[in-house]
Structures are given as structure tokens and as C-alpha cells.
Write a protein that binds this ligand. Structure first.
Ligand code: SF4
Ligand code: SF4
Length: 407
């Protein structure tokens, strides 16, 4: 078990159990400052929009903890409520307690911390809440894959990349993209090569999932992150380019909280590519005649405040007609996958409804193509299209740029 502290408040280090009263400070968390009654978190929550259930928003989560403290709710029942969260972060940027991810009053933790803790404590106590077994399978699959370097590096074949060794710039490709969205991983590398960037990739990456929290193994989350950070230090990386927005969230938000300041800069791939375009090293010259909208990944827009660089890239591709939806309007949407896959697996119809709402909105805009920046959005939207018959072309912004640049 790692000694690193995952939750920054002492009351979060108390393990909730059946029949044991939670600490008052924990039960009152948000109530202490804002009385937690105005429900700013409600309308913006994609789960609330689909269910209309106030038990599934932070207000409901906090109320259930108060009920637990007062002895009128049972610990075992918490899973029925706390499974209903995508970790999308919309509530966090609406709630005055956690405004703009800043823990504004330094007394509360975010919804994501809270949901991670409750799911984890349920799992540690042997409570099998809906979705727990799926989260465990996801972790098992991840662990067995990341140890297989042949599988993890298959996407690099014939690209002539430096694998491991010392390098200032490292392209970070974690398991999901390395195995499920190899097309985007390869195009990221090809675009960097085209621009003459001298970079390396890692021999494997161990981190890249948040499900360890959902199964009560935050120590595993820390351990996998540490393995990657140690490897990046060994490679003497100064800039780490992240290709999956979920990883960007972990590197920007979770890892510094756990390990302190990291000894390298973290840059999301679209930001890095945009700089190359600005410097004239990448030239999007080929016309692409499409009318497109852009879907903000929650992990970029809502959880790390990053929405500009994909829009700049799309806007600079000749021939594109870009219906540029305001990123704040997109706080209300999520593809339905979630940052961990637990809700999608536990309640697939609910997850589908949430994603379908976004695709329907795009359809209503009259565009033919939805540009994405996240392999998990692509995965879930593709599943929804297959199941429901709705048809909108899905394309990653990396592929769009690659077509225009000619790689
Ligand atoms: S916005 Fe924040 S303080 Fe208000 S009800 Fe929601 S969680 Fe509670
Ligand atoms: S993180 Fe997203 S899904 Fe979870 S409660 Fe907040 S708004 Fe709802």
C-alpha cells in the first residue's frame, strides 16, 4: 500500500463501513459552507437530465451522507445512488463550493473525490454495488494488457519511433488508445514526424484508468501512476504530450495532488499540434468540405478547463464549415461513457440516453460530422449509433488535421 495521500482531507481517510457512524465533518462536508440546498449542480448534470432524480446529483449524495450520519440510511444502500455518476465534472464547475475545480473555500472536496471514496469504501466492505464487477473486469483487463509490451506497442509498427531511452519530448499513449484507437495514436506520431519533432514513446504505460477507485484500490491507481512517472523521469522527459483526455485529467489533476509538482510539462496533443501550426511546421492546406460540430470531452472542457486548441485546429482547416458551439453550453452534455466505465456498464440504457441526447443535438444543428478529441467518446458514440440507428460521421480532430496536412 502506498503512503501517498489520495484525498487531501483527513475525514476522507476514514473508511465508511456498515454500522459505523461517519465523522460529522465528513457527513456535513458541503453543508458546512453553503447549506447545500440551492442545487446549482442539478440542471447541469447529464444524469439528472436523463433521470430527473435528485438523489443522483451531489445535493442528493450529500443528503444521503447526512442521513447515514443520523442513522436513517444504511451504508449498504449508498451504491444505488453513488453508481449514478459519470465523473463528468459539470456539477463541480457549477457548485459554489468547488467552483472551477479550485476547492474555493478550502473546506470541501469535489464530487469526483466523494463518489470515488463512497464506491471504494463499499467495495472494501464487500458490498457488491451495481457495476462493481464490471469495474473489476476493466482493471483486470487493463493490468493483463499493460504488461504485454508487444500488444502495447503494436500501434508503433513500421513508424520507426524511438522506444524508451532519454528524450526531451515523450508522446504518452496509454492502453485504451494503444489498443482500441490505434489509428489516432499512429496519426499523432505521424503528425509529429511530419513537423520534424524529435520525440520518443514509452516501452509501455501502466496508468490510464480510474476504475481502481471504484473497486477500492486507490493504492493501485497511485502505484500505476508512479510507475509511469518514474519511467518518464528515467527518460529525462521535459515535455510529455498526452493523447487521451482522460490521461490529461489524471496528469493535470490527480497526480500533482498525490505526488506534488511533476518534473515535466504536460501538454495535450491538440495544444502541441496547434503550436506547430502557428510556427508554420504543420500546414493544413488540403480542403475538407464538411459541415462539422465539435464535442468537448468532459475531461478537457469541464475537468481541466481546456477547450480552445481543438477549436483553433478545426477553424484553420480550409473548406470546413464549423458550427462552433459554446464550450459552456457543453457543460450540460457528456457522451455517456464517463471517466470510469462503471455507470456505462451498470446502466447501459441510461448511458445510451445521455450520449444519444448529445448526438440528437448535433443532428439538430444540421451538421454531417461530429469532431471528437477523445477515444472513449468515439467508442461510446459508435456503440450508440450501432444500437439506435442514428447516423452522424464521427472523426477525431487528429484525423481531420492529418487529412488536411496530407499525412
Ligand atoms: S451546487 Fe454544491 S452546494 Fe449546491 S446543492 Fe449542489 S453540491 Fe450542494
Ligand atoms: S460529476 Fe457529472 S454525472 Fe456526476 S454528479 Fe456531477 S454532473 Fe452529475
Amino acid at each position: 500500500m502506498s503512503n501517498e495521500k489520495v484525498f487531501s482531507k483527513d475525514s476522507y481517510n476514514f473508511q465508511l463501513k456498515s454500522g459505523v457512524k461517519p465523522p460529522l465533518e465528513f457527513a456535513l462536508d458541503n453543508y458546512l459552507t453553503f447549506a447545500c440546498r440551492h442545487k446549482f449542480c442539478r440542471e447541469v448534470c447529464p444524469v439528472y437530465q436523463a433521470t430527473g432524480n435528485e438523489g443522483y446529483i451531489p445535493y442528493g449524495f450529500h443528503t444521503s451522507l447526512l442521513a447515514l450520519y443520523k442513522g436513517i440510511a444504511k451504508f449498504e444502500e449508498l451504491g444505488e445512488m453513488f453508481v449514478n455518476c459519470l465523473y463528468c465534472g459539470a456539477c463541480q464547475i457549477r457548485c459554489p463550493n468547488t467552483l472551477f475545480m479550485g476547492d474555493f473555500y478550502k473546506v470541501t472536496l469535489t464530487t469526483i473525490d466523494l463518489v470515488r471514496k463512497i464506491r471504494g469504501d463499499l467495495a472494501k466492505s464487500g458490498v457488491v454495488y451495481l457495476g462493481l464487477e464490471d469495474a473489476k473486469k476493466e482493471v483486470e483487463n487493463h493490468l493483463s494488457t499493460v504488461d504485454n509490451k508487444d500488444v502495447m506497442l503494436k500501434w508503433t509498427s513500421d513508424l520507426n519511433l524511438q522506444i524508451g531511452g532519454k528524450k526531451d519530448i515523450v508522446l504518452y499513449v496509454s492502453r485504451f488508445m494503444a489498443t482500441q484507437d490505434t489509428k489516432t495514436a499512429r496519426l499523432c506520431a505521424k503528425l509529429l514526424q511530419k513537423a520534424g519533432v524529435d520525440f520518443a514513446v514509452m516501452p509501455t504505460t501502466y496508468a490510464g484508468i480510474s476504475e481502481p477507485f471504484d473497486i477500492g484500490r486507490e493504492d493501485l491507481f497511485v502505484q500505476l501512476a508512479k510507475q509511469d512517472i518514474d519511467m518518464l523521469k528515467e527518460m529525462e522527459a521535459k515535455i510529455v504530450i498526452i493523447t487521451d483526455p482522460h490521461d490529461y485529467f489524471y496528469f493535470k489533476r490527480d497526480y500533482p495532488k498525490i505526488f506534488g509538482d511533476l518534473p515535466f510539462d504536460i501538454v495535450f496533443i491538440t495544444e502541441f499540434l496547434w503550436r506547430l501550426i502557428e510556427d508554420g511546421k504543420l500546414k493544413p492546406v488540403n480542403e475538407i468540405k464538411k459541415k462539422v460540430a465539435f464535442h468537448d470531452p468532459c475531461t478537457l472542457n469541464k475537468l481541466t478547463g481546456h477547450w480552445e486548441s481543438p477549436r483553433k485546429i478545426i477553424s484553420n482547416i480550409p473548406g470546413i464549415e464549423f458550427i462552433n458551439e459554446n464550450h459552456i453550453d457543453q457543460w450540460y452534455y457528456c457522451c455517456g461513457n464517463g471517466v470510469s466505465i462503471t455507470l456505462r456498464k451498470a446502466k447501459p440504457k441510461l448511458a445510451q440516453e445521455i450520449g444519444l441526447k448529445r448526438l440528437t443535438r448535433v443532428n439538430d444543428l444540421g451538421v454531417s460530422t461530429l469532431v471528437l478529441a477523445c477515444p472513449h467518446c468515439w467508442d461510446h458514440f459508435t456503440e450508440i449509433e450501432t444500437k439506435t440507428g442514428i447516423r452522424i460521421e464521427l472523426i477525431n480532430v487528429i484525423e481531420l488535421l492529418a487529412k488536411s496536412v496530407g499525412v
